[in-house]
Design a protein around this ligand. Structure first.
Ligand code: BMP
Length: 279
């Protein structure tokens, strides 16, 4: 499992999923492989952080169900919030990733993704799913994505192949079986990559976008099992996108930290590519 030395720009024209091509194009255009994880309970703060950090990221990750519902005064407010996320994404040229981690049978995730309070499929370009239920989860979510405006041109799925937390079962053989699942018919043009800690098995003609959470330049972990690595370590190990939450969001100066992580991630990517890649 050796990390790819192809550039984001090269991969942007050949990636097998439309949304993967879109994301890699943004990364090479903006010179950033940083995804910010907006783990803060205030929708106002999320929007204001994004307005400031937007220029330095390729992707904004949310946990919309972690925002207290009391922060919204009505369902219309929730819709207003997701519309604002979409507007900021357009303005600053990044994509949205709702980190929902679907984990049920196809029929149930269809309803969870397409309806419920948050209607994730309506606004989030990317979402993710555990492979534990089997590949019906990929097919169920796909049916919903195909039905939104632009269909799979505008929606992509990541599978969780590995997790960053201590004691996780998602590693080794589980990771490899998850990658195998992403080769199925229903995954084609839809599963764009994985949440993983580094490179995954990639065969001729395949190109998986690997996104890695558990990235921090200051600390090694938290009190609840999170484990951190540096941007350099994960990118040299084959990660394409670094996901940073508290390292940016809980910092005294989030913009300064976003720039620092963006620079560290890009430098590591150039090192991996073996040259001063400018795109
Ligand atoms: P932080 O950088 O503050 O530890 O945040 C990491 C983010 O990535 C959280 O939103 C968490 O839910 C998510 N995440 C993770 O930490 N490890 C995983 O394996 C998968 C995740 O989605």
């Amino acid at each position: 499992m050796s990390p790819s030395t192809d550039t984001y720009a090269q991969r942007a024209s050949t990636h097998p999923t439309p949304l993967g091509r879109k994301l890699l194009t943004i990364m090479s255009r903006k010179k950033t492989n940083l995804c910010v994880s907006l783990d803060t309970p205030s929708p106002v703060e999320i929007l204001s952080l994004l307005a400031d950090i937007g220029p330095y990221i390729c992707l904004a990750k949310t946990h919309i169900d972690a925002i207290p519902f009391t922060a919204f005064s009505s369902f219309e407010d929730v819709h207003q919030f997701t519309a604002s996320l979409e507007a900021l994404a357009k303005e600053h040229d990044f994509l949205l990733f709702e980190d929902r981690k679907f984990a049920d049978i196809g029929n149930t995730v269809k309803a969870q993704y397409g309806s419920g309070i948050y209607k994730i499929a309506d606004w989030s370009h990317i979402t993710n799913a555990h492979s534990v239920p089997g590949d019906g989860i990929i097919a169920g979510l796909r049916e919903v994505a195909e039905g939104v405006e632009g269909g799979l041109e505008n929606r992509g799925l990541l599978l969780l192949a590995e997790m960053s937390s201590k004691g996780t079962l998602a590693k080794g053989a589980y990771r490899d079986t998850t990658v195998e699942m992403a080769r199925g018919e229903k995954a084609k043009g839809w599963v764009m990559g994985f949440i993983a800690q580094g490179a995954v098995e990639t065969r001729e003609g395949e190109d998986w976008i690997v996104m890695t959470p558990g990235v921090n330049l200051g600390v090694k972990g938290d009190a609840l099992g999170q484990q951190y690595n540096t941007p350099e370590k994960v990118v040299l190990g084959g990660s394409d996108i670094i996901i940073v939450g508290r390292g940016i969001v809980a910092a005294a100066d989030p913009v300064k930290e976003a720039v620092r992580y963006r620079d560290a991630g890009w430098k590591a990517y150039q090192k991996r590519a073996g040259r001063e890649v400018d795109e």
